[in-house]
Design a protein around this ligand. Structure first.
Ligand code: FAD
Length: 503
């Protein structure tokens, strides 16, 4: 039997870190394979609060390196993907006798504004909540607030756009392919993947392996590589709830809770408000993570302390939960464990090298990938140089302030689109929206209507270009149309996909 071709790098895990590393490496000229056992971003990378942020709260834990790097990344990422990333202002109400004095919060925000990288994002200002619209939905005791800048990202789309770009640059991208074994030989690895769709197996060879399995990073070491007692990450669960829109402006809220934690309330998908997150240690298999009743009550109570209208569990239209794979630094409380990432290379003299990725944030994934590439160059030799700052993710080749113009252009190209539909297509696909619609000259050409603003032409694109296989991939990761489809409509999409996959 012919031996499998020898690749430079085999990446395990199609979350933001694995896809970011694969993209960077492919762009430098390495030959790369990436295997994801489920769908891209089906792990932690679709379960985030979705902020491109420095992390104001991490200043309290003296994480200056991380905060500075993340602050600097905000505008770099915005320019790289202005369709799926945009700026957001945060309103932080000040309470007399609150957990942190106002001067301390202001000092934190001063540092936040000046630690680095802020060119376009506006600086902090003070709000009089009696006069500002942001005060209208809050209890009257909140009279003053600070308003500062950070960014918002569609996390799952950022992941799949990295996977697409890696593929465009030559990487082999495998979805629904679980790494079940990785055997180290003297100068290469032999990796076996098993299809989670039909059970078939495939063998691959690579000069080095990157283990970017997020919360499963220790499971890969123990299961696929046969290590005893792999214990590097601390799993910390975080959950979010989505309720109908609680306020009528486009800013988010930053609420401080009496237990010293914070939560956000963020405008979400036009008609909704996203509230999160929690922080609690998690011991089970990450695939089974679900929001608990205790977390539901915690989030409802914490938000109700601020909003005039209480938030009740019955108001929840959707929720999601994920685990942070934090590097285990021995911190006593989950909320204090470091949010920084750690890259560890194992390069024994008589065996092929392995790079393990621990921790990380969406915001720092590009820098994490650059650092990973430095380590990779040390062990298998350098190729190319850093290139991703100043690059564009697919569809992101327009100016950061150009989304409105892109929507108007799309509507003049396809006048049969409703504005809300055109806006969503630009937010999901950027300049690729036009290619997606290329065959559609009339509303009928959009094909079957599945509900919401989801039509066949988009579903075909997602199957052909973005590895979508199931209704969940399409409704909850490639888009958030799940919020708008009825159960019958979801059933219709499932039937369509089943037939499409069998064809
Ligand atoms: P994952 O996304 O979990 O990817 C790992 C992938 O590996 C998974 O898709 C999994 O299926 C795959 N895999 C595992 N084992 C195998 C195998 N054997 N074979 C093949 N594939 C395998 N960051 C921010 O910057 N801003 C935020 O607002 C923010 N909020 C957050 C809120 C919460 C509640 C959480 C949990 C995290 C948040 N983060 C945030 C952090 C950020 O989401 C994570 O750091 C990031 O998504 C981790 O990505 P990853 O690629 O390491 O892991």
């Amino acid at each position: 039997m012919a031996r499998a071709p020898l690749f430079d790098i085999f990446v395990i895990g199609g979350g933001i870190n694995g896809c970011g590393i694969a993209r960077d490496a492919a762009g430098r000229g390495y030959s790369v394979v990436l295997a994801e056992m489920n769908d891209f971003a089906s792990g932690t990378s679709s379960g985030a609060t979705k902020l491109i942020h420095g992390g104001l709260r991490y200043l309290e834990h003296y994480e200056f390196r991380l905060v500075r790097e993340a602050l600097m990344e905000r505008e770099v990422l915005w320019a790289m993907a202005p369709h799926v990333i945009w700026p957001l202002r945060f309103v932080l109400p000040i309470q007399k006798g609150g957990v942190r004095p106002a001067w301390l919060v202001r000092l934190g925000l001063f540092l936040y504004d000046h630690l680095g990288g802020r060119k376009l994002l506006p600086a902090t200002r003070t709000l009089n909540l009696a006069r500002d619209e942001a005060g209208r939905s809050l209890k009257p005791e909140f009279r003053r607030a600070f308003e500062y800048s950070d960014g918002w990202v569609d996390d799952a789309r950022m992941v799949v756009l990295n996977a697409r770009d890696a593929q465009i640059r030559g990487a082999t991208i495998l979805s629904r392919a679980k790494v079940v074994s990785a055997q180290r030989e003297a100068d290469h690895w032999v990796i076996t993947t098993k299809s989670t769709r039909d059970g078939s197996t495939e063998t691959h060879r690579a000069r080095m392996v990157v283990n970017a399995a997020g919360p499963w990073v220790d499971q890969v070491l123990a299961g696929a590589m046969g290590r005893n007692n792999a214990h590097n990450v601390r799993l910390v669960q975080g959950s979010h709830i989505i309720v109908r829109k609680k306020f009528n402006h486009d800013r988010a809220y930053f609420f401080q809770n009496p237990d010293n934690r914070i939560i956000f309330a963020i405008p979400y998908e036009g008609d909704f408000t996203l509230i999160g997150t929690t922080d609690r240690d998690f011991k089970d298999d990450p695939k089974d993570v679900r929001i608990s009743e205790e977390e539901v009550h915690y989030l409802c109570d914490a938000a109700s302390d601020y909003f005039k209208e209480p938030i009740l569990p019955a108001d929840i239209v959707w929720s999601y939960s994920a685990v942070r794979p934090l590097f285990d630094d021995g911190a006593s409380k989950a909320q204090e464990a470091t949010r920084d990432y750690v890259l560890k290379v194992e390069a024994p003299e008589d065996g092929a090298p392995l790079l393990n990725v621990f921790g990380g944030k969406l915001t720092t994934y590009r820098r994490l990938a650059e650092h990973a590439l430095e380590k990779i160059a040390e062990v298998i030799g350098a190729k190319g140089s850093p290139w991703t700052a100043g690059s564009h993710l697919p569809g992101g080749d327009f100016p950061v302030t150009g989304a409105g113009k892109a929507v108007s252009e799309l509507m003049s190209h396809a006048p049969f689109l409703a504005r809300g539909h055109a806006e969503r297509l630009i937010r999901c696909y950027g300049t690729d929206a036009r290619t997606l619609l290329s065959s559609a000259k009339t509303a009928e050409d959009l094909g079957r209507h599945f509900g919401g603003t989801l039509y066949e032409v988009e579903v075909r694109w997602l199957i052909d270009r973005e590895w979508a296989v199931s209704a969940e991939d399409i409704l909850w990761r490639r888009t958030k149309q799940g919020l708008f489809l009825t159960p019958d409509e979801v059933g219709g999409l499932e039937d369509y996909l089943q037939a499409a996959m069998a064809a």
